[in-house]
Design a protein around this ligand. Structure first.
Ligand code: SF4
Ligand code: SF4
Length: 731
């Protein structure tokens, strides 16, 4: 191994050690398990920080749970403290919840918000804690029942706005939802806010009872299936739970499931505003829960309708001995649950949520996972059909709507980029080896927009952490919402994916990647300043070995991610992207700042050292580039002529003239040469031969040679070109 390789690898190890140490920040320290389990929440959480007026706190109470805070005299509750993960399951960008401790006074005004743990890649070792503290502080003094949106307040008078953290929009939208929804749930329980009544459904009389299959087919019985793997257990041939449920008040469903007599008895028991839901299941898991005690609450199931959720106490339970519908299988667990709230209506869609404990394979830690299924009775059960219902927009859609102008701008930019690259041969024909302005000017434009708009402004630098997230989503669970939640990243990845199949990674890496563009601008600016160029700093054989380092880094990160995603995310700091665009080099600790400075310094002298040797994202994109549909044009003589190879800044052309599509960044230098009759040796030879023979020079055809003299006019017309001006400069 050469000393250069050893130095590089040594430096990498130093950086990785720094990254791992940096991971010990307050947000990443493992939370004590007691925080989620112990009845005494405040013995393990800084409750006084979020409810400063309280001196003592009660044990966890209620469902979902919260604690009461008491003044020094201990007589009266001055407010409430609750842990977001006890109440809602709203994932952030990482797919994991942001664990947040929230305080609320006795009037429902938020008194404090403290993030205890998150796994958000963008914030993990990036955004300073002060930014999060500043974001959370915006909620203090606001009523939990207010409509608060991230970004500008909408035109609604009762909607307030809070400022987002630049580059972490998805995270803060999730955080906004979890603060407000947790607060609202607790405020409802303690009587600060009243449940908003919803209009009751009007049903038609029952028709003939339906079979089990017909009920399933029309959606009156819905299904939740959970595998052992989904709850972190070994597969054993049985599902964790195979659960069916339905709404019994509607005569058509109730009579089919219970039989006429049982249905009549049930309805006679129900008071106005009460709703009966049946749940039956098979599998190793239980929806009732083994730890259920008399007087307690069923903590594995709940019904959700928009922001409201409804739980069941033991008094809400009735036995269900069998399902009357013809063809219904046997179930080992069954029950009827009565939902007693005017806040619920069967007229609109709702969800049954099944909460299960999932064991993390790597750490053994337990976490709640939520499986849910939407339910809306078929049209024919309602008098007059299903009522009009406008579901609130999902979070990702709100983000897309809020950023529609920026999204349109990005799409336009990418469209212009693809169209420009599509015209590469026209541009290359206009340029010459000595004057590449026709190729370089568009690239300067794209690089500048990419660095300053996509990189610094939108903070949308794609990263290998997203590739890791997708691998995991493909293996475990694909959720479109996760990827739609950041429109810039979503659009950029689609663009990258499509252009990768078409042209290879070069269009992204060579023309669009904000960090790659920045290093190009550094390199070219340094050249203008007269700094020495070391384009071919490393001997060819050293380069040929070192270029594999980036593939090893990519494979290593992917492997580590299956052991521990947070560790892989920390190690992905080998990308200087966060330091450059998200956090800023002056906010980073010395290992990151030094790494960034070394790369920037090296980039001033040699073209894209990071892209050539280290970038795991570039490596991840390079692998499928092998199969791109359209490569660059080559001549037969390219196998022996090394002219292009000498100018290739990416060192992507080997001694046999073959372009390595994985390494090529589509700079177009070789394409310019290909069409340059003053620089491309076979073309020069042909031009000189014609000049010597006194024959006219013609335009250059797609094959990179002068067009034949016979039928020249037709050929020119077909190529829609004018003859090139004579270039007689000797080469
Ligand atoms: S190799 Fe990496 S840093 Fe370089 S342009 Fe490609 S993705 Fe960007
Ligand atoms: S000169 Fe090299 S990097 Fe540029 S387009 Fe040709 S092969 Fe690709």
């Amino acid at each position: 191994m050469s000393s250069i390789s050893r130095t590089l690898i040594g430096f990498l190890l130093l950086l990785l050690a720094g990254a791992c140490r940096a991971g010990g920040g307050s947000y990443e320290a493992e939370l004590p398990p007691e925080l989620t389990n112990s009845p005494d929440l405040c013995a393990h959480a800084p409750c006084k920080d979020v409810l400063p007026g309280a001196a003592t706190f009660s044990p966890r109470m209620g469902r979902p749970s919260y604690v009461e805070g008491y003044a020094a005299d201990g007589r009266e509750a001055v407010g409430y403290v609750f842990l977001s993960t006890d109440i809602v399951d709203i994932p952030g960008y990482s797919g994991k919840p942001v664990v947040t401790l929230i305080g609320m006074d006795a009037k429902g005004l938020i008194t404090g918000v403290k993030i205890l743990k998150h796994s958000e890649p963008i914030l993990l070792v990036g955004i300073p804690e002060s930014e999060l503290t500043k974001f959370c502080a915006q909620y203090i003094g606001r009523f939990v029942g207010s409509r608060i949106e991230v970004g500008k307040a909408s035109s609604d008078e009762d909607t307030l706005g809070v400022d987002a953290i630049s580059g972490a929009t998805v995270t803060v939208i999730a955080e906004n939802q979890l603060i407000l929804r947790s607060g609202y749930e607790v405020a409802k329980q303690v009587g600060i806010v009243a449940v908003r009544p919803r209009p009751a459904a009007k049903f038609v009389a029952a028709a003939a009872p339906l079979s089990w299959e017909a009920l399933l087919e029309e959606g009156s019985v819905q299904h939740i299936a959970v595998t052992q793997t989904q709850v972190g257990a070994e597969e054993n041939g049985e599902p964790y739970i195979d659960l069916y449920f339905g709404y019994l008040n509607a005569p058509g469903v109730g009579v089919s499931v219970l039989g006429q007599d049982n249905y009549d008895r049930l309805l006679a028991d129900l008071k106005p505003g009460e709703h009966a839901i049946f749940i039956v299941a098979n599998g190793t898991g239980s929806f009732k829960g083994s730890g259920f005690v008399r007087g307690g609450i069923y903590d594995r199931i709940q019904v959700a309708q928009e922001v409201d959720s409804f739980t069941f106490r033991d008094t809400d339970y009735q036995n269900l001995y069998s399902v009357a519908a013809e063809g219904a299988p046997e179930f080992h667990e069954a029950g009827i649950f009565i939902l007693r709230s005017a806040g619920f209506t069967a007229a609109f869609p709702w969800q049954l949520q099944l909460l299960a404990n999932k064991v993390d394979e790597a750490t053994g830690a337990r976490a709640f996972v939520n499986f849910q299924q939407r339910y809306w009775l078929a049209d024919r059960y309602f008098d007059g059909g299903r009522p009009a219902y406008h579901a609130p927009d999902p979070t990702w859609m709100r983000v897309w709507k809020a950023k529609r102008l920026e999204i349109a701008g990005l799409l336009l930019f990418l469209g212009v980029l693809a169209a420009t690259y599509g015209q590469r041969e026209r541009l290359a024909r206009r340029a010459t080896h000595k004057d590449k302005r026709w190729v370089m000017w568009p690239k300067y434009f794209f690089w500048t927009v990419s660095v300053f708009y996509i990189g610094f402004h939108a903070m949308a630098q794609p990263s290998v952490t997203q590739v890791l997230t997708w691998f995991h989503a493909l293996v475990y669970e694909w959720r479109w919402e996760l990827f739609l939640s950041d429109p810039f990243i979503f659009i950029l990845w689609w663009f990258m994916f499509l252009t990768l199949l078409w042209w290879g990674r070069g269009l992204f890496c060579g023309w669009l990647c904000p960090y790659g563009a920045l290093t190009e601008l550094i390199y070219r600016s340094a050249g203008r300043l007269g700094l020495q160029r070391f384009q071919f700093l490393l001997p060819g054989r050293v380069h040929d070995r070192l270029k594999w380092v980036k593939y090893a880094v990519f494979a290593g990160l992917l492997g580590v991610s299956f052991y521990s995603m947070p560790l892989a995310e920390r190690l992905a700091e080998v990308e200087p992207f966060k330091t450059t665009f998200l956090v800023g080099v002056f906010h980073r600790s010395w290992p990151f700042a030094t790494f960034w400075a070394v790369l920037a310094f090296a980039s001033a002298f040699t073209e894209r050292p990071f892209c050539k040797y280290l970038c795991p994202l570039g490596a991840g994109l390079a692998i499928p580039s092998t199969f791109r549909l359209f490569g660059l044009k080559r001549k037969a003589e390219c196998t022996s002529c090394a002219a292009c190879a000498k100018g290739c800044g990416s060192l992507a052309i080997d001694t046999t003239g073959r372009i390595d599509q994985r390494e090529c960044l589509l700079c177009l230098d070789c394409t310019v040469l290909y069409f340059d009759q003053s620089a491309c040796p076979p073309l020069v030879k042909e031009r000189k031969a014609r000049e010597k023979a006194g024959l006219p020079l013609t335009a250059i055809g797609d094959d990179g040679y002068l067009l034949p003299l016979d039928g020249m006019k037709q050929a020119l017309a077909a190529a829609r070109m004018k003859p090139r001006p004579r270039a007689v400069t000797p080469t």
